[in-house]
Design a protein. Structure first.
Lengths: 290, 501
């Protein structure tokens, strides 16, 4: 071959490629390197036979070892379920108070409840359970229907104003404005009074007029001083927490004119008993549980 | 360019471009049969081999009392519990920067060593070198020295050859298993693991690790040897870049040795010029890399200096001064060539480059030492809730949630006090699984030895107290029995002061 050049220093043939006077040597590779390369090819063939490898139309070749990543995941899930099963069985069996008093079970329930919450509840209540306008914040200490473990469990099981559930909790505040039970001016006065109950600044004269109307129309459910009545799900009004807005007079008035009525589904038929209990314990643990 | 074969037929002098002889694409390994060397450097290498192997095999068996709550193995990498123990030092995963610091020191140390005494790492302390040396001891013991080994290799198979080969490989395998076997003891309690291992009750990973390290030791030290250094290891190439004209490297002093003459007396009588090299090839015969140092500095040379020993022995015999092959710097070598005597001295070690390496090395060392002495063994981390960042309670007060992580990094149980300060009127309640509605200004927490303890607490404060405050809370953790404490200042989130409805 013409042009073959031997490098003076190393005595090795060059490839003829040159960069700024530096020539590339054509150093032969060690033969064991070649054998290593062949060994990797043989390994690859063995691997293709042993494991799923060649993609076909509907699936890949299964491989003689029968390995499947899907089956691996299924096994891992089964193993995790098996590990949880003793806890879940005890949670299903014990009552809420007993679970709460067992530190290990309570830990498990709080975590399990948090997980179930993220699947089923965050759509309305938010991922931090902080709620939104019309969807109660579950972190605070204000409960429409009660904040004990049993109350929370009952709300979860039967829902609120959920017609499909027999034992659902229903409350229906009259639409004082829409149905013309109160005059618009009266509604404004009641709103001023409610702000007064909550300790917010208000028109004292309007509030004084509103107090009487409140006593006649509202106190039956919301209480004399706006302390609320959980049996009816009547919200407490003399606090800093507002479900529909932030306590502005027009928001209060709007709710009197035509109240919003939130609906929560009943979970009793969708979730198993142990999950419901874990959810109750989780929500109870968020800081407002009674 | 042709030869006439018959009338009108000529043999053309041409060769296929890809003929086998012409272009060997792959090169078979040439067997090397290093001869036993005797001398200063060989002795030094025996000592280094003994020390490094002793460190490797003995370290996991050293005990160190840390009390009842921590393992008593002096050096232990406890992967399962994420702890690293080194005598009086215990390292948690987040303190892994100590390992980074050690690696930086190792790196700078290698730069320093290489720039002063060349590839000393390769020639003396690299495990590949040490284990090849060890394997050669076995090989020499069973099959004899260089000439006997060459004869045996070339001899046809016989019972004697089979016996020797079997004995050699059996011993090699024993050494390989011992090498792999020692490694696993760094990762578990050595005496326990040793018993479990022999009773086949050790974890699978212990057996697979031993198997892999047995295989690599046997293959690398028994068969691959110099191929590992020349073709597999990136280090020779990096080290090559570390050398300069003031680095000591194994040098054939050709200014003294050339022209090499095999029959000095005859040549001297004939009045020819005679160098000191008697061309006995002793330097090549002892070289574990199978190279000829007289060809100059080469990539393959690991500077084990055995050729110096071999040559010195020959020089003694022929009555010439030692040092025909010697450790010399390129600068010395060049001066010697020009006839200026320049004895290699320690002075070549002191130059800006080595000073910078030394300075860096010492600096990192001191920084690590200081960090080690002042490091906390009690740590407090506070994570503010992100969702929701605050909660308004029915009485209008504001509540913030915090996840508090307490790290007791001492191997003994401790009783700690967590106190809240910084925001007037603020109180804590326990939350999450520990929920407890009673307000506190402090909690007393019992924490296990060498443990991380996690708490969820709520801090609540009235709106009027928050207004105008710095919106910060300070958590303080005190060891009731000791003096150590840790503090953490966290934000307290609340709606803007003017946002009151």
């Amino acid at each position: 071959m013409a042009g073959t050049e031997i490098d003076d220093v190393s005595g090795t043939e060059t490839t003829g490629h040159e960069w700024d006077g530096i020539k590339e040597l054509n150093t032969p590779l060690p033969r064991w390197w070649l054998w290593t390369f062949y060994a990797t090819i043989i390994w690859a063939i063995g691997y293709m036979i042993a494991y799923p490898a060649i993609p076909l139309i509907s699936a890949a070749t299964p491989g003689v070892l029968g390995y499947s990543s899907r089956a691996k995941v299924a096994d891992a899930i089964d193993a995790a379920k098996a590990a949880q099963s003793t806890y879940l069985a005890r949670i299903a069996e014990l009552d809420l108070e007993a679970i709460r008093n067992d530190r290990e079970l309570r830990d498990f329930a709080v975590r399990g409840g948090a997980s179930a919450f993220k699947v089923n509840c965050i759509q309305c209540h938010g991922s931090g359970a902080a709620g939104a306008r019309g969807y109660p914040n579950l972190n605070d200490d204000d409960w429409l229907w009660g904040g004990t473990l049993e109350d929370i469990h009952a709300t979860l099981s039967h829902g609120i104003r959920f017609e499909a559930a027999e034992d659902t909790r229903v409350s229906d505040m009259p639409a004082f404005g829409r149905d013309e039970i109160l005059e618009p001016a009266e509604i404004g006065d009641v709103a001023a009074h409610v702000r007064g109950l909550a300790g917010l600044d208000h028109d004292a004269a309007a509030a004084a007029r509103g107090a009487e109307i409140f006593a006649d129309n509202c106190a039956a459910c919301h209480g004399e001083i706006g302390e609320g009545l959980r049996e009816f799900g009547a919200p407490r009004l003399n606090d800093a927490i507002w479900l529909y807005g932030s306590g502005q007079a027009d928001e209060i008035a709007g709710q009197i004119v035509q109240p919003n009525h939130g609906v929560m589904p009943a979970w009793q038929d969708r979730l198993d008993g142990a999950t419901l209990k874990q959810l109750a314990i989780y929500v109870h643990s968020l800081g407002g549980g009674e | 360019m042709s030869t006439a074969l018959y009338d009108g037929v000529e043999r053309v002098d041409v060769e296929a471009v890809n003929s086998k002889e012409r272009r060997p694409l792959y090169k078979a390994r040439v067997k090397i049969f290093p001869r036993r060397a005797h001398g200063t450097y060989r002795t030094l290498k025996w000592w280094i081999m003994a020390v490094t192997l002793t460190i490797y095999y003995v370290t996991p068996w050293l005990r160190w009392d840390r009390g009842p709550y921590a393992p008593d193995q002096a050096v232990l990498v406890d992967l399962a519990n994420r702890r690293f123990y080194f005598f009086f030092i215990e390292i948690w995963p987040q303190e892994l920067y100590y390992i980074a610091g050690l690696l930086i020191m190792a790196g700078v140390g290698l730069f320093l060593i290489t720039s002063t005494v060349g590839r000393a790492w390769c020639g003396y302390t690299c495990p590949q070198t040490v284990w090849v040396d060890l394997y050669l001891v076995v090989e020499r013991w069973i099959e004899g020295d260089r000439n006997a080994r060459i004869r045996l290799d070339q001899a046809p198979w016989s019972l004697e050859k089979l016996r020797k080969r079997l004995a050699k490989h059996a011993l090699w395998l024993v050494l390989a298993v011992a090498t792999g076997g020692a490694w696993i003891f760094y990762f578990a309690d050595a005496p326990t693991l040793a018993v479990d291992f022999l009773e086949f009750e050790a974890p699978f990973v212990a057996y697979s690790t031993v198997a892999i390290l047995t295989a690599t030791t046997y293959i690398f030290a028994g068969f691959m040897r110099e191929q590992v250094c020349t073709f597999m290891c990136p280090w020779p190439r990096i080290q090559g870049a570390m050398l300069d004209e003031d680095s000591l490297v194994v040098t054939y002093n050709d200014w003294r040795g050339e022209p090499r003459v095999r029959h000095r007396k005859k040549a001297e009588a004939d009045g020819e010029s005679v160098g000191d090299c008697v061309d006995c090839n002793a330097c090549v015969a002892v070289c574990p890399q199978g190279i000829d140092i007289r060809d100059g500095q080469q990539l393959e040379c690991i500077t084990c200096a055995l050729c110096i020993d071999a040559c010195d022995q020959v020089m003694d015999k022929v009555g010439l001064s030692r040092g025909l092959i010697s450790y010399a710097t390129l600068r010395d070598y060049n001066s010697n060539r020009q006839g200026i005597a320049a004895p290699t001295g320690w002075r070549s070690f002191i130059r800006p480059r080595t000073m910078i390496y030394t300075g860096l090395w010492v600096l990192v060392g001191i920084a690590m030492l200081v960090a080690l002495v002042v490091r906390d063994r009690l740590d407090l981390n506070v994570l503010h809730d992100r969702n929701p960042v605050f909660v308004t309670l029915s009485d209008g007060s504001i509540r913030n949630g915090y996840t508090i992580k307490i790290l007791n990094m001492e191997p003994r149980p401790r009783t700690l006090r967590l106190t809240l300060a910084g925001l007037p009127g603020a109180v804590m309640t326990l939350a999450g699984a520990d929920a407890d509605a009673a307000p506190h200004m402090e909690f007393v927490i019992d924490i296990g030895p060498d443990k991380l303890h996690q708490l969820k607490v709520y801090v609540r404060a009235a709106r009027q107290d928050i207004a105008g405050s710095g919106r910060k809370v300070t958590f303080t953790l005190d060891d009731i029995a000791g003096e150590e404490s840790a503090t953490y200042e966290a934000n307290f989130e609340a709606p803007p002061d003017e946002a009151a409805p």
